[in-house]
Design a protein around this ligand. Sequence first.
Ligand code: ZN
Ligand code: ZN
Length: 247
Amino acid sequence: MAKIGRICINTNKIKDAVIDTLFPKSCPLCDKTMGRGLRICRSCENKVHYIEEPKCKKCGKQLSEEEVEYCLDCRTAKHVFNTGIAAFLYDDTISKSIYRFKYHNRRTYAEYYGKAIAEKYEKQIRRWRADVIIPVPIHEKKRIKRGYNQAELIAEEIGKQLGIKVDGKYLERTVNTKPQKEMDKAGRKKNLENAFKIRYNIVEYKKIILVDDIYTTGSTIDGCARVLMEGGATEVNFISLSIGAGI
Ligand SMILES: [Zn+2]
Ligand SMILES: [Zn+2]
């Protein structure tokens, strides 16, 4: 705040307005330049597809029928994690957005993703009473090449919004795993067995929230949850930015 005579001027607001004018923000969903003060552009407002009820009680996938409690995957697979929340349906809009976020250096999208998750799911997240939020790690080689771990950026924003500690160094990915989408279910599971390691053991991390960008079969979350539980965690829940539809 600057004081000129009797007039107080909020210099931060002016600075934000100047930055917005000089460097207009792009919409985190379609990447087009958008107006000042907006989180997503007007045309994307109707395209956002949050996961709604009925949801799978285990992984949070949206279900087509009210009658079932769990999705087909959770009815057949035994997961290591406790439960999970997913924010957006993995549709064309969000998959393209995540692709740019990951591979085209759109780190700024994390602010929108994290805020959207924190606002919509605050109650559920707080109910977990987590000691820490841990992002699903990517292999060090990948992190150096990309310059960042996309899940960590989302985790940081959620932690900032809700005042929960974030530890991006606790877990390590020791195996540079192949892209999951190229593999079948058994392949994914095998791919992720022993792919994670705890870097240093802190006993007070009992209740943990994992954060990732995409949830498919849950193998990645299970792989992380397994080592965390072996390391002394009692409860591992997860937040995923996006998830496919369940049956
Ligand atoms: Zn847009
Ligand atoms: Zn499920």
